[in-house]
Design a protein around this ligand. Structure first.
Ligand code: ATP
Ligand code: MG
Length: 232
């Protein structure tokens, strides 16, 4: 694990505290839209970094099986060793194919300058829908400019990732991924036009605003109950 991964995790925990460590209605709406987008996609890809592999490798594999998505390793701090380690964790969790390791990451995302610009020509490069749990803002913006539908999982509704993504699930990835697998299993039974309607009526800015409203109201309630139990 690189220290940056631990720092990002701590930032996430702080926001999880603010939403009360539960999957809220704004996250449910985003999970529903994300499931519809993944089921309608022609080339869905799940992008996996170190934190995602450490926290939810098994659910990544299950989700990939349900929506026939490819799994691609994508690291900010790319070394062959870290790529292989993360691919190993995914294979252990049942993945049959892992893209983005070594020479496979031979294509580049325009305008990005970190090692995160390197992607697989069979994966993210040609994907129409990319699920990026715990993504960085620069990369989310670059993927959007390439015309892709980007689904992010990010506890911080104010991050650049949250604001740049097409669909932002404001929830802890350890709760969001199992919920997404469940939702996909449910929506699989529905006709295509129903999935299209779910997507068409989804408004990400509205959902992010609901997350901020929720945090504000929750903090106001907690503050007022503290005043109520105050002795002076
Ligand atoms: P951005 O680049 O999008 O502006 P950032 O630079 O603050 O955001 P990054 O390190 O690029 O953050 O990405 C990590 C993001 O992942 C943070 O916004 C953090 O809140 C979020 N995060 C960390 N752990 C979790 C988790 N377990 N579940 C969901 N989100 C998480
Ligand atoms: Mg960032």
């Amino acid at each position: 694990m690189v220290p940056e991964g631990l720092i990002a995790h701590g930032r996430g925990e702080c926001f999880d505290y603010l939403i009360g460590e539960e999957t809220r209605e704004f996250a449910r709406k985003a999970i529903r839209a994300a499931a519809a987008a993944l089921l309608l996609a022609k080339h869905p890809v799940i992008s996996v970094n170190g934190n995602t592999a450490a926290l939810v490798a098994e659910h990544v594999v299950r989700l990939a099986e349900e929506v026939l998505a490819r799994i691609e390793v994508n690291l900010f701090y790319r070394t062959r060793e870290r790529e292989e380690l993360i691919a190993g964790v995914l294979r252990e969790a049942g993945a049959r194919e892992v893209l983005g390791v070594g020479e496979d990451a031979s294509a580049t995302i325009p305008e990005l300058f970190s090692e995160r610009r390197r992607v697989s020509p069979r994966g993210i490069l040609v994907a129409d829908v990319v699920l990026v749990p715990l993504e960085d803002g620069d990369r989310t913006e670059a993927l959007r400019r390439m015309g892709k539908t980007v689904i992010a999982v990010d506890l911080n509704p104010l991050s650049r990732t949250a604001r740049a993504a097409s669909i932002t699930i404001v929830d802890n990835v350890v709760r969001a991924m199992p919920a997404l697998v469940e939702e996909v299993r449910e929506l699989k039974k529905r006709p295509k036009n129903e999935l299209q309607a779910i997507l068409a009526s989804y408004d990400n800015n509205q959902v992010l605003a609901e997350a901020l409203d929720f945090i504000r109201d929750r903090l106001a309630e907690i503050a007022s109950s503290m005043r109520g139990s105050s002795t002076r």
